[in-house]
Design a protein around this ligand. Structure first.
Ligand code: ADP
Length: 397
């Protein structure tokens, strides 16, 4: 199959500057989540700027959908609609005095009629969870909100690929996780996402493919487990292995934990340890329940009644931008806003119950994730869909 984006032996030398790229060849498959990982100065930003034609290779070729990039005005305009670029610093990208005007900038430049511009802006703001921010001046927003405005500005042009340079660099941990979950939502709706980062923890958890760069070249590529298990390779790129993977490999080498596919999350890791322990001494298998509710069906009052009436729910999480917006609007306090499914499973494993507020396809995604967890672990975390408003109560399984 033809990769969506492909580069062949790309080199780039800045005018009066260093050779920033020295023969970079990669393939990016449609729908993939790729992290370009490397220390400062490795050439990541330079490389990403090539992908939507902002820089032109000194030599080598870049192909999008199998066709070599062309650098005339029309071709670049079409390429930039398809391959959206989100700068590391949102202040570089955000130029208009209101959020709405900023997000409208791309669609207006594409000469879309006013109705289509309005729809593109509303859809994009909905996607990043910023409806209601239309009139706000972007420069008064928080770092995480600015990053979302910048992403919305790109989404308004409906690109098939999003390229993000160090998307979490200046964000606090919760905003970082929320931006990464937003990127997950975008890939689950069929888009391709490519990020650069020097954060190995983030790349390990999030990416399905990692490209390790150093001094303008590629040192390694593969699954995060493969690339980040090679300590000498990481050391030569001045990086450390992800803590979770490092610990897992060390315990595996000592025969304390079974080897297999490396765990990507605290949940997977906890599970591996529990399984090893229980193989020697079977433990208690009482698990809590995870309740799923769709706020479009239950409404805010229904959820509040559930939380105050039953006393059966210990934790509440919201998954997806629409559910988080809803919880904010309805003033439903949330314990979990990212990594929600895993956190609720972890709570279920110690006998506590959680409610996940989520919408649309995410409900099926949550069910599947918990069911896959049960199948893989041999545990039985119960999932229950909360029923409709008139009789909102903890419904059937
Ligand atoms: P990374 O994104 O991995 O930190 P960069 O692509 O920013 O790496 O930089 C790669 C190399 O190119 C570095 O040596 C950097 O100093 C140089 N470089 C980056 N931008 C410019 C520029 N505008 N002019 C001259 N040199 C640059």
């Amino acid at each position: 199959m033809t990769p969506l984006l492909e580069t062949d032996n790309v080199t780039y030398t800045y005018p009066n500057g260093p050779t920033a790229l020295d023969g970079v060849s990669i393939r990016i498959e449609a729908g993939s989540k790729t992290a370009l990982v490397g220390p400062n100065g490795a050439g990541k930003s330079t490389f990403l700027l090539m992908l939507n034609g902002m820089l032109r290779p000194t030599s080598g070729e870049i192909r999008f959908n199998g066709r070599p990039l062309a650098y005339d005005r029309r071709s670049l305009r079409e390429l930039r609609r398809q391959v959206g670029f989100v700068f590391q610093n949102p202040d570089v990208q955000i130029i208009a005095p209101t959020v709405e005007a900023d997000v409208a900038f791309g669609p207006v430049n594409l000469d879309l009629p006013p109705d289509a511009v309005r729809k593109a802006v509303q859809d994009a703001l909905g996607c990043v969870g910023l409806r209601g921010y239309e009139r706000r001046p972007p420069h008064h927003l928080s770092g995480g909100e600015k990053k979302r405005v910048a992403i919305a500005g790109i989404l308004a042009m409906d690109p098939s690929v999003l390229v993000l340079d160090e998307p979490t660099n200046t964000l606090d941990p919760a905003s970082s996780e929320e931006v990464m979950e937003l990127l997950d939502e975008l890939t689950s709706s069929g888009r391709t996402v490519l990020i650069s980062t020097h954060d190995v923890e983030l790349a390990y958890r999030w990416a399905d493919s990692v490209i390790l760069m150093e001094r303008g070249g590629i040192l390694a590529r593969g699954s995060p487990g493969e690339v980040f298990s090679d300590h000498s390779l990481l050391a030569s790129a001045r990086l450390k292995p992800p803590a979770l993977l490092d610990l897992y490999n060390e315990l595996g080498l000592r025969g304390i934990i079974d080897r297999g596919a490396p765990p990507k999350s605290v949940l997977e890791f906890t599970d591996r340890i529990e399984r090893t322990i229980h193989a020697h001494a079977p433990g208690c298998d009482t698990t809590g329940t995870i309740y799923l509710c769709d706020p479009d069906l239950t409404g805010g009052d229904g959820i509040r009644a559930l939380l105050t009436g039953t006393g059966a729910i210990d934790h509440v999480g919201a998954m997806g931008t629409r559910a988080k917006e809803f919880a904010g609007r309805e003033q439903i306090p949330l314990d979990f806003t990212y990594g929600v499914i895993d956190k609720c499973i972890l709570k279920a494993l110690i006998g506590e119950n959680s409610l996940i507020i989520t919408t649309g396809g995410m409900i099926e995604h949550a069910r599947r994730r918990i069911s896959d967890y049960n199948t893989g672990s041999g545990r039985k975390v119960t999932v229950t869909m909360v029923e409709e408003p008139d009789n909102t109560r903890l419904g059937r399984e």
